[in-house]
Design a protein around this ligand. Structure first.
Ligand code: ADP
Ligand code: MG
Length: 258
């Protein structure tokens, strides 16, 4: 360390612009008001776990952040820029906001390797050999390198979900959104996916995770957001939230799942 290098603790205290910022976001599906006045800032490197009853708007909130859903009012910025409406700019944004769904959504007729190569070449305009190199590194990192030439249907659910994570990472995202990534998995495969997510968090990835895995929330989240009826009802550190939730809605929710 030189004298000029910043003290890491001091550096942490320097306020930086949030990586993801939502202000006054509202969203309706017809008459249904699914997101109500959502204000949310997510810092670089932060892991936010989103929990709440079914239908509370968790998936919709995630989907608005990479504009899989439009919003009716409010603003969303990623890395200081408002979400582009359409076209190539939108495709680029989607690449920078990785999303992993409950259903793995891999291309069934492409090999594992091709699944991780494709968007890099098509959207990222990365040369094919470089894209393959990146893909192999990422498949190694999520522990499925040996499956590179297989088709998704030849893999277990846990392996497929790890490929889906590698595919999102291949676009070098600034933030990763996970919408119930382990809900469709057999119980014995849940941990292998959570482990990959933990290691991503440890490497400093900014993450928004919708999950029912409270062990993961406790151990990996910097902040837990509790949603109900389209609102962020409360938010806190996992320790504080799980030991002393303040709202009746959260108490009721936790009493049913813990
Ligand atoms: P969660 O992920 O918390 O279970 P969602 O964001 O999926 O909640 O859904 C919030 C509400 O919006 C629910 O009432 C759901 O039925 C409704 N909804 C979600 N997607 C659509 C859609 N595409 N069209 C109409 N209603 C929808
Ligand atoms: Mg959902």
């Amino acid at each position: 360390m030189t004298e000029n290098s910043a003290d890491p603790h001091e550096a942490e205290a320097v306020p930086t612009a949030p990586l993801v910022s939502l202000r006054g976001v509202n969203k309706h599906f017809g008459a249904l008001h699914v997101l109500r006045d959502i204000d949310l800032d997510i810092a670089q490197g932060e892991v936010v776990v989103l929990i709440g009853p079914s239908g509370s708007g968790k998936s919709t909130l995630c989907r608005t952040i990479n504009r899989l859903e439009t919003i009716d009012s409010g603003t969303i910025e990623v890395d200081g820029r408002p979400l582009p409406a359409e076209g190539r700019e939108l495709a680029r944004l989607r690449a920078r906001v990785g999303m992993v769904f409950q259903s793995f959504n891999l291309f069934a007729h492409k090999t594992v390797l091709q699944n991780v190569v494709l968007a890099q070449v098509k959207v990222g305009r990365v040369p094919k050999d470089e894209a393959e190199r990146t893909a192999r590194e990422l498949l190694e990192r999520v522990g499925v390198a040996a499956q590179a030439d297989k088709y998704p249907s030849q893999l277990s659910g846990g392996q497929q979900q790890r490929v889906a994570i590698a595919r999102a990472l291949a676009m070098d995202p600034k933030v990763m959104l996970f919408d119930e990534p382990t809900s469709a998995l057999d119980p014995e495969m849940v941990n292998e996916v959570l482990e990959v997510m933990r290691s991503l968090a440890a490497r400093g990835m900014t993450m928004v995770v919708v999950t029912h895995e409270m062990g993961f929330a406790r151990s990996a989240a910097n902040r837990v957001l509790f949603m109900a009826d389209g609102r962020i009802v409360e938010q806190n550190t996992p320790e504080a939230f799980f030991t002393a939730p303040s709202s009746d809605r959260a108490k009721d929710f936790l009493s049913k799942i813990l």
